[in-house]
Design a protein around this ligand. Sequence first.
Ligand code: GSH
Length: 340
Amino acid sequence: MMKKSLFLGALTVAGLAAAAASAATLDDVKARGKLNCGVTTGLAGFAAPDANGVWEGFDVAVCRAVAAAVLGDPMAVEFVTTTGQTRFTALAAGEIDMLARNTTWTFSRDTDLKFEFVGVNYYDGQGFMVPKGLGVASAKDLDGATVCIQTGTTTELNLADFFRTNNISYEPVPIETNAEAQQQYLAGACDVYTTDASGLAATRATFENPGDHIILPEIISKEPLGPLVRHGDNEWGDIARWTLNALIAAEELGITSANVAELSAGPTNNPEINRVLGTEGELGAMIRLDPDWAKRAIMAGGNYGEIFEKNIGENTPIGLARGLNAQWMDGGLLYSPPFR
Ligand SMILES: N[C@@H](CCC(=O)N[C@@H](CS)C(=O)NCC(=O)O)C(=O)O
């Protein structure tokens, strides 16, 4: 008897441990009524609180779309700020349900840190910014420069690779956040600031005199930035992945924040639009959501193109062109798998 209950006890503990490791994040989020979404400490256009303290931006929009899909409310998000150093422990420890923070999809983050990148929301690469007055035209002219660099990032590693390959040297000035980098760089504590090119554009846009600084022509790495979740909860990963895909597919299919209500009023003559919007098929049920999940995600901030234009596009101070982030039929890399 004793033996039996001990045995059962051990099983229960093992069962609990397994449940924690592959916890049903969807159920946790529903029970909590809020999505805990990890973001940066602040990067204009990508994730930053507005004048009223409401978070907005290109990465924030992914969190809001997932909250809309899962909870029916794009505002049901608790934004948890993370630095380059703290983001992965926050996700691994369950402090956040997902991370949407200009984070590069790499081999070791996937396999060794055991995360699941659910897609790419911005194809980027690492660049360099210098004051115009420095008179430098190429990153190869940076021998001996002091470089502001965020710790815990791919940026750090690429920088070392680039200088080594070109047989030149640099002195790193390690910093923790983008705000600190900006402050140090403007104070002249470093000659150069290096990070993802999108981050450079976002940072420069907030300068008093952006024109006094140039972004050098070299892009020294591939930085596919995307949202990620923990390994081991495929159901939750699927929800995050297909919410991002719904935003991308919506742009391809011409579903916008302006017409989504009308297009979802009843089946249209485009079956894929109908499947995305839940007026045909059972896609929502396959990810344990209701038929309107993608409609709500699109209503949260528009399709991928609308989110891009509003937050970081050419008509914003950040001024980024679509480039690689154009749809595949426009010569870019954005390509949602089929909704079927
Ligand atoms: N993509 C790189 C770099 C990410 C990164 O930390 N970028 C900086 C500069 S764009 C940032 O987001 N800073 C915001 C913050 O300090 O919270 C990585 O995943 O390691």
